[in-house]
Write a protein that binds this ligand. Structure first.
Ligand code: CA
Length: 245
């Protein structure tokens, strides 16, 4: 169900939004190593609204930059209230990254929250964003200490050589590549994993929905995983309970 343009505009004008967090988990001991931060609308009439119902339209209406700012600012405020250092990963698009306003506000927010830049990762989707990015743009953020991750890797048909030639810190393997039964998919997965290990690039498996898949990605040597097996995205209150458990 899509929500109306007016409701989207009202939500931004009135601050009807919140962040959800999905744990990034180390597969051997199932310990939380960080969180991916996800934007949600939260309106009086509809409650929590999932991105499928509004995100594309919100981007068309020009709220992409606002969403990035809200997510970064909310996440840094919330995670710095935890009793331990919690790395955060945030989705960002090429358009947002390639904007001087973004760069300056990222610097200011890190400073304001005394949050170490090396605990912040920007996830750039393979399909839309990474191939447009120049090494210079990526390096600009890396120079601040921020890590760059290729998101949804294996979902698109981009030039793998170009992607892997970029100096990134992490690759997140798309859920379809993780859950494939196809022999070619498995071979591709193994060879890219090996490449990442040699290059010192961290690896994350997405879409780990059950115990078997967790064992599978652990045995393959993934550094972290994400998926319903450990937890769906949760609100900040639930995250506190989850990581304290
Ligand atoms: Ca992501």
């Amino acid at each position: 169900m899509n929500i109306s343009d007016q409701l989207i505009k009202d939500a931004f004008a009135k601050g009807w939004h919140t962040c959800f967090y999905q744990p990034l988990v180390e597969p051997s001991f199932d310990t939380v190593k960080g969180v991916e931060v996800l934007f949600r609308l939260k309106t009086p009439s509809h409650g929590i609204v999932s991105p499928a119902s509004f995100i594309e339209r919100a981007f068309e209406l020009g709220f992409e930059q606002d969403i990035f700012q809200i997510v970064l600012s909310t996440a840094l405020t919330e995670v710095t209230s935890l009793s331990y250092p919690c790395p955060v990963a945030i989705n960002v698009s090429y358009n947002v990254l390639d904007n001087e306003k973004t760069y300056e506000s990222v610097r200011a927010l890190l400073w304001d929250h005394s949050y170490p830049a090396h605990m912040l990762t920007f996830e750039l989707s393979e399909s839309d964003d990474v191939t447009e990015c120049s090494q210079a743009l990526i390096d600009k953020y890396k120079a601040l200490g921020i890590k760059i991750s290729i998101d949804d890797f294996g979902a698109g048909y981009s030039n793998i050589n170009k992607l892997l030639a970029l100096n990134v810190d992490e690759v997140k393997f798309d859920k379809n590549l993780i859950n494939t039964n196809h022999q070619n998919g498995y071979a591709l997965l193994k060879s890219i994993l090996m490449f990442c290990k040699e290059m010192g690039i961290a690896t994350v498996a997405e879409g780990v929905e059950n115990a078997d898949t967790r064992i599978y990605v652990r045995n393959l040597g993934f550094d972290q995983y994400q998926g319903f097996h450990f937890s769906k995205p949760v609100c900040f209150q639930e995250l506190k309970t989850l990581v304290a458990a």
